[in-house]
Design a protein around this ligand. Structure first.
Ligand SMILES: [Zn+2]
Ligand SMILES: [Zn+2]
Length: 254
């Protein structure tokens, strides 16, 4: 997916800092907030509160319409995307193929069909595992969008880009697993809900840049989509060829 509407890099100025210790404060949801570093109470003026609420609303609407954001928000580490499972799928493919070939053909003396089944089963399993590998990628995009946890317990997570404290909206159980919010300071989109397992990448400000990082350029994306099928066609052809090659000695010469 090529995008030309990529959002610009953040400015490093904070919307509101603590008057005592100068650290950025969470803008919260009322007309007052507390500094997380020094616990100073900070008043939020009516104009700041209005801008805050407008900004959050517009940003939430923008995210809501973004298919890439939906992709990252939905991504879950399903068991069938487990890397160990995918690696063992490819590893066991030849053995599964041999078993299928044996059960359906070899034990009846049909050697050409056994060879064909062996290769076709390997091809089908490789198609499945390489397709699942592509399905893993949105998980990585999600990881890159995750808010960073704070070292102090009880504190809300920090923005993944500028490390300011985030104001997490109250959430109902339905959305608890896929919660997102904007950073009030730098405007970066953050996903909240699980702990990031990858190194933070504040340089990837927009979801578009994270998507490009994980999925690669257009050419790479096309290759990734085509690869499982190229592999499958290869195995299908190989199966067909070996079917005829194995059959040749059985065919009486005329
Ligand atoms: Zn402070
Ligand atoms: Zn931020």
């Amino acid at each position: 997916m090529e995008r030309s509407d990529e959002r610009s890099a953040p400015s490093r100025t904070y919307v509101l800092t603590c008057p005592r210790c100068r650290s950025p404060v969470a803008l919260g949801f009322t007309n007052q907030t507390a500094c997380q570093k020094c616990h100073e109470q900070v008043a939020i003026s009516a104009s700041v509160a209005e801008r805050r609420d407008n900004f959050r609303k517009l940003e939430a609407e923008r995210r809501h319409k973004d298919p890439l954001w939906a992709l990252a928000l939905r991504a879950r580490p399903h068991f069938y995307l487990n890397p160990k499972l995918l690696a063992s799928l490819s590893y066991f493919a030849p053995f599964v193929g041999i078993m299928v070939g044996y059960v359906f053909a070899y034990r009846f003396g049909n050697y050409p069909l056994a060879a064909l089944l062996w290769l076709w089963v390997i091809g089908a399993i490789h198609l499945l595992s390489s397709w699942l590998l592509v399905q893993r990628k949105p998980l990585h995009v999600r990881q890159l969008m995750l808010a960073q946890p704070t070292s102090e317990p009880g504190h809300p997570p920090q923005c993944r880009v500028c490390s300011s404290p985030l104001s997490i909206p109250a959430h109902t159980p339905e959305v608890a697993a896929s919660l997102d919010c904007s950073c009030d300071h730098c405007g970066a989109d953050n996903i909240i809900g699980d702990l990031p397992l990858v190194t933070p990448r504040p340089d990837l400000y927009s979801i578009q840049s994270a998507y490009q990082e994980v999925f690669g350029g257009l050419m790479q994306q096309r290759m990734d989509r085509a690869y499982p099928f190229i592999l499958l066609v290869g195995f299908l052809l190989l199966g067909g060829i070996s079917f005829f090659v194995v059959q040749v000695p059985q065919t009486p010469l005329t």
